[in-house]
Ligand binder design. Structure first.
Ligand SMILES: Cc1cc2nc3c(=O)[nH]c(=O)nc-3n(C[C@H](O)[C@H](O)[C@H](O)COP(=O)(O)OP(=O)(O)OC[C@H]3O[C@@H](n4cnc5c(N)ncnc54)[C@H](O)[C@@H]3O)c2cc1C
Length: 428
């Protein structure tokens, strides 16, 4: 008997879980609340770090190559002060040092689309318009109920249903989403919006591919602004760029966030960045769409699992966008889960399966994953604090701290984050 798994949520985390669990031979069913793949494939520009793509290659090289070819390869990020002065470079996770795949700046849409293609190639399917509203855990199985009145059963559930996870309410009821006080606004802009001489000045074509500038990240008293190509053809017709800003904002409810629409957010950005270095102010007058993403932290999560239910990705540990690790950590979770569940994949052992054995495997998963995730979250919290409003004195201190840090901090200090944690033998 093959172990049957229900994965709740077909975002990037849920799809990665399905691919890794399928790889070790489990019988996986994916359920997604969105009505179709067209509706679910969304989002702004993101950084996909080398550890994420180097983990996905363990599913298939075709998948990793597909993602890697769609993004802009980033060896370092250029840090600037709002007057345009360059403060230094920060290692992004370059190709070569971390294997075949370095960090890329890419549309979230492209990553999700590439993963959905791999789901198709592997013959897996996703049941859409299936919002899980309740789950029940029994001694020998688990069940889910959907908002259309139907139900399904399995040996275990993987909750990959994002920050506002329904599965987490069952697994860790005391964990809460807390607004961080920061909001991200971002989107894309066509290369045509830039003067070609400016593009050449920002990202010189003479720069060798292996040491390519990933993004320009600018800090000032009223927040942060990032600008980067989102593929390797920023100079071509049809090329596009991703931009994003992070700043402090008061808490709003969902309806109020919806009212903070494109016009409102651009007005706010112009107020904050109008005196910053070019091309930021000019670019803001040309942007016609943007996405607003309030940043939530997950607080009070002390466990990722029960006996037969386990959390993964943003449902377990919501990564703020400035971590640059949202997708990579979800993908690492998926790989790790497959490794700890591998002993249950053979038909002999699944006959003897009970909840206690599964719980041991989930404990192992948590003990491997949580310390790494928590360390990345702590570092991301510090990065986020640099994007909050600062007095002139605080800006002065930050500027010199950054300059110093980027001179003194060797690239190897980021090895722990960017290096792939897994290898093919771990799945055998
Ligand atoms: C629309 C969207 C846009 C994003 N944009 C960015 C971005 O611009 N930059 C960035 O850094 N990160 C972004 N992220 C976050 C980033 O994609 C995640 O950190 C990373 O992919 C790990 O996510 P996940 O798969 O764990 O959760 P998610 O990506 O949140 O996926 C969860 C999935 O579960 C589904 N779901 C939720 N509840 C239920 C339910 N009850 N029943 C069934 N299905 C359910 C959701 O519809 C969703 O498809 C975005 C996420 C989303 C959903």
């Amino acid at each position: 008997m093959t172990l049957k798994v229900i994965v709740v949520g077909a975002g990037i985390g849920g799809c990665s879980a399905a691919l890794f669990l399928d790889k070790i031979g489990l019988d996986v069913k994916l359920y997604e609340a969105y009505p179709s793949s067209r509706d679910s494939v969304l989002g702004g520009g993101i950084g996909l770090a080398s550890n994420g793509t180097s983990t996905l290659v363990l599913v298939s090289r075709e998948l990793a190559d597909d993602i890697y070819s769609r993004g802009h390869k980033a060896a370092y990020y250029e840090m600037r002060d709002c007057d345009g002065a360059i403060l230094g470079n920060f290692a992004a996770g370059r190709e070569g040092r971390y294997g075949d795949y370095g960090t890329v700046l890419i549309r979230r849409w492209d990553v999700h689309d590439a993963i959905l293609r791999e789901i198709d190639r592997k013959g897996l399917s996703i049941a859409y318009r299936k919002r899980v509203v309740a789950i029940e855990e029994h001694k020998d199985h688990v069940s889910v109920s959907f908002d259309d009145g139907t139900t399904d059963e399995a040996d275990l559930i993987v909750g990959a249903d994002g920050i506002h996870s329904v599965v987490r309410r069952y697994v860790a009821p005391s964990a809460k989403e807390k607004f961080s006080g920061l909001v991200g606004v971002g989107g894309f802009i066509d290369t045509k919006a830039f003067d070609s001489a400016l593009v050449e000045q920002l990202f010189p074509s003479s720069t060798p591919a292996l040491s390519s500038k990933g993004a320009i990240m600018t800090f000032g008293p009223l927040g942060f602004f990032g600008l980067a190509p989102n593929n390797d053809k920023p100079r071509d017709n049809g090329g596009s760029w991703m931009w994003w800003s992070t700043f402090e904002a008061p808490e709003r409810d969902r309806d109020e966030w919806r009212k903070f629409n494109h016009e409102e957010s651009i007005k706010e950005l112009l107020r904050r960045h109008e005196k910053w270095h070019e091309p930021i102010p000019e670019l803001l007058t040309k942007i016609d769409t943007s996405q607003v993403v309030p940043n939530y932290d997950l607080v009070g999560i002390d466990k990722y699992h029960t006996r037969r239910i386990v959390l993964l990705g943003d449902a377990a540990h919501t990564m703020p966008p400035h971590s640059g690790q949202g997708i990579s950590q979800a993908v690492e979770d998926a790989a790790c889960l497959a490794i700890v569940l591998r002993p249950f994949a053979s038909s002999d052992s699944s006959d003897k399966l009970d909840g206690e054995q599964l719980e041991m495997a989930f404990k192992e998963y948590q003990s491997r994953r949580k310390p790494r995730v928590d360390a990345i979250l702590t570092a991301a919290g510090k990065t986020g604090d640099q994007k909050r409003e600062k007095t002139a004195w605080e800006c002065f201190v930050r500027k010199w701290m950054m300059k110093l840090l980027m001179v003194l901090m060797p690239e190897r200090m980021m090895d722990k984050v960017y290096r792939c944690q897994y290898s093919p033998e771990m799945f055998q």
